[in-house]
Design a protein around this ligand. Structure first.
Ligand SMILES: [Zn+2]
Length: 438
């Protein structure tokens, strides 16, 4: 018998591996930061012993959810400006607020709230695009949550962060060097969008991504306005433009990809670029409907993202799973598309793959990191149970998440954080609210 740190039981264990079979009365054995084994409880308990057994009656265990696109620090702008078109929302509200408030201190504090919200909702890894990511990285290491932190790049200076374009790249290299050995922080480079970043900066970001083998995180083909502008400036639609400047590769993951031609879908598939689908942000900003069923059938890897809390307005991937699974049925007129298993895969295994973390997280198998979520199933809205995938897609809420483990350590226990002081995080957010409101 081998001794392990934890044996986590579950009435329903979803590994998100292989044929997606559900393991009834399952268990996961965890040693240190890693998953040692997973299978039936009978099988696991025949091989392993542990002083810490987490009971799993009326509970499901699945891999930590992956948020493939957000701007975590924007939680402090949640509800600041709603019900506006994207460019007006950005130019008249979000960018001025960011210009006024964004500092290292702001980002560190705000990321604390974002992490609290995400961990409590079962999200264990998020991909971010913002500035002052060193502050976010420090916070993540303290909390014990994973982030693929994209150092933002735009063509114009940003007071307090970048006096000239060179500074964005220097800051990105600094971030990469600071966190190169981190278990929690995976730096990347994040040129903002085709309408804020010219081809030179995109190419430079791509070169840096190649040099350090880190991902490129960008916004792409989000609105019809962007497509028209791109055509006007470069004579090409966004993905074709990306192809022409060598941006399409396995290292790229692009948020939105709403307005795509069939040729562009083929290009994304051919170059193995990933897509971060942000359905709720697209709905709220009336950006349109990304052709997700077409992308998936073309073999493009599509993960799910919340986008920033100012355009969603929460950071719940469970919400994205449910909305994505429903909206694409209505849009395509086909109730079989984006079925519950597909939606869950997008939120776990595929999401991890597009972030370059497919060998570490996103599914439950020996050797991967122990990023696990346990949800209670005994509430009225989860009763009865015929298909657990259906429940996770259409019924499960963030408030049903009880236990969350990241890197083998429990960070949420009975719904409460163990590495953060919840009251303190909320009080800090309210302090900022008073300042921002003016
Ligand atoms: Zn975004």
């Amino acid at each position: 018998m081998q001794n392990v740190d934890y044996i986590i039981r579950a009435d329903y264990l979803l590994t998100m591996e292989g044929d997606l079979a559900v393991i009834r009365d399952g268990a996961v054995a965890v040693t240190g930061s890693d998953i040692t084994d997973a299978g039936t409880f009978a099988g696991v308990s025949a091989k392993y012993t542990s002083k810490k057994i987490i009971e799993g009656k009326d509970r499901a265990v699945f891999p930590g959810l992956i948020n493939t696109h957000t701007h975590a620090a924007m939680v402090y702008f949640r509800g600041l400006a709603d019900d506006l078109p994207l460019m007006e929302w950005l130019q008249d509200h979000i960018w001025p607020a960011e210009g006024k408030w964004m500092t290292e201190e702001f980002v560190g504090d705000a990321v604390g709230l974002a992490c609290l919200e995400m961990l409590k909702a079962g999200v264990t890894t998020y991909a971010d695009m913002y500035f002052f990511q060193n502050a976010a990285g420090k916070k993540l290491e303290k909390i014990g949550m994973r982030g693929v932190l994209g150092a933002g790049v735009i063509d114009f200076p940003f007071t307090g962060y970048a006096r000239a374009v060179d500074d964005y790249f220097a800051n990105a290299e600094n971030l990469i060097n600071n966190f190169k050995d981190s278990d929690f922080v995976f730096p990347c480079i994040a040129p903002h969008a085709t309408y804020t970043c010219g081809p030179d900066n995109y190419k430079r970001a791509n070169a840096l991504s190649e040099k350090y083998n880190v991902p490129v995180h960008t916004h792409l083909a989000e609105t019809q306005f962007e497509v028209a502008e791109c055509q006007k400036r470069f004579g090409k639609t966004p993905v074709e433009y990306f192809e022409s400047i060598g941006m399409l590769s396995e290292r790229l993951f692009a948020a939105h990809c709403v307005w795509l031609t069939d040729n562009e879908i083929e290009l994304l598939a051919k170059r193995k670029a990933g897509v971060a689908h942000c359905i709720e942000s697209n709905l709220k900003l009336a950006s349109g409907f990304a052709p997700v069923p077409k992308l998936l059938s073309a073999g493009v890897r599509v993960g799910l993202g919340t986008d920033g809390a100012a355009s969603n307005n929460d950071l719940s991937i469970l919400g994205e799973i449910s909305t994505a699974a429903k909206v694409h049925k209505a849009v395509s007129g086909d109730p079989t598309v984006v079925d519950s298993r597909t939606a869950l895969l997008m939120a776990t295994k595929i999401g991890a793959e597009i972030l370059g973390l497919g060998d570490k997280v996103g599914s439950i198998r020996p050797g991967k990191k122990a990023d696990l979520v346990m949800a209670g199933l005994s509430k009225p809205h989860l009763t009865p149970i015929y298909d657990i995938y259906s429940h996770l897609t259409y019924c499960l809420r963030p408030s049903d998440i009880e236990t969350v483990m990241v890197n083998g350590k429990i960070v949420i226990e009975r719904g409460r954080p163990t590495t953060m002081d919840e009251e303190e995080v909320l009080a800090k957010a309210r302090e900022w609210q008073e300042k921002i409101k003016g």
